[in-house]
Design a protein around this ligand. Structure first.
Ligand code: ADP
Ligand code: MG
Ligand code: MG
Length: 251
């Protein structure tokens, strides 16, 4: 059964329809990449799933229950998290404090610097576990804003994991990274998404083919093909519509 379903999803901005009838079924635990040319509507699709945009028509279901129209925080509480929105980080707080805030939020505690009585130890242990998970233990006391670029991405990943999401959305996680940073982040994403469903938009096809169980190809607001990496690579229509083009156009 699908953990995430998109049914007849449409989104218009003014007179222009950007998402033009998308159906997509994401089984629990599957890593799915969404590829397509710049402007195809990939980020818009993510906004519709995460609750940052409301569809013009169609449905988004998480575990068979509709989530379209719900605010992002409520969708997050139901188990879907979107990462790599740099603004989530408080640059003047330490790495540890940032993760602890995410942990507190996942427990329904307020953003506050008051000590949550009786829960300090549990919160610290959970925070330490997440630090380890993304290999930031050595950087725990550094200011988040002073981390390297890939360090900040690791921190965001830890903050995303705080809510223990069953579905994770990543929009161009490798954008702007060096080869070394990409390799590090790729390994990390593979590790932390194990057993979770992933929806990934990424222009780096090496990353896509390394990470995705299956790939959906979005062209001009419609899914034109879905298949394994091997199937997608061999699909003549896909090659013509997309894979023949350069993929380095960025966000
Ligand atoms: P992708 O992520 O695949 O590159 P986007 O989803 O960012 O594509 O954008 C798809 C199209 O929708 C683009 O033509 C973009 O200009 C347009 N678009 C995105 N957001 C808005 C908006 N808020 N208002 C009007 N047009 C938008
Ligand atoms: Mg985009
Ligand atoms: Mg783009």
């Amino acid at each position: 059964d699908s953990i995430l379903s998109l049914r007849g999803l449409r989104k218009s901005f003014g007179a222009t329809e950007i998402i033009r009838g998308v159906d997509l079924e994401l089984p629990a635990g599957e890593r799915r990449a969404v590829i397509g040319p710049n402007g195809a509507g990939k980020s818009t699709l993510f906004h519709l799933i995460s609750g940052n945009l409301t569809p013009t028509a169609g449905e988004v279901l998480l575990d068979g229950r509709r989530i379209d129209g719900l605010p992002p925080q409520r969708i997050n509480r139901r188990g879907l998290a979107r990462s790599f929105q740099i603004t989530n980080i408080f640059p003047r707080l330490s790495v540890f404090e940032n993760i602890r805030l995410a942990v507190m939020r996942s427990h329904g505690l307020q953003y506050t610097f008051w000590r949550p009585v009786g829960r300090i130890r549990a919160l610290r242990e959970e925070t330490d576990r997440l630090l380890e998970r993304v290999r930031l233990q050595q950087h725990a006391q550094e200011l988040a804003g002073e981390l390297s670029y890939s360090g900040q991405r690791s921190l965001e990943l830890a903050m995303t994991l705080a809510s223990d999401p069953r579905v994770i959305l990543l929009d161009e996680p490798m954008a702007g990274m060096s080869n070394d940073e990409t390799a590090h982040t790729l390994a990390l994403i593979r590790e932390v998404t194990e057993g979770r469903a992933l929806l990934l938009v990424e222009h780096d096809m090496d990353v896509v083919f390394a990470l995705a169980d299956r790939i959906s190809v979005l062209v001009y607001g419609q899914v034109i093909a879905t298949g394994t990496p091997a199937q997608i690579r061999a699909d003549a229509a896909v090659r013509e519509a997309y894979l023949g083009e350069p993929h380095d156009e960025g966000a």
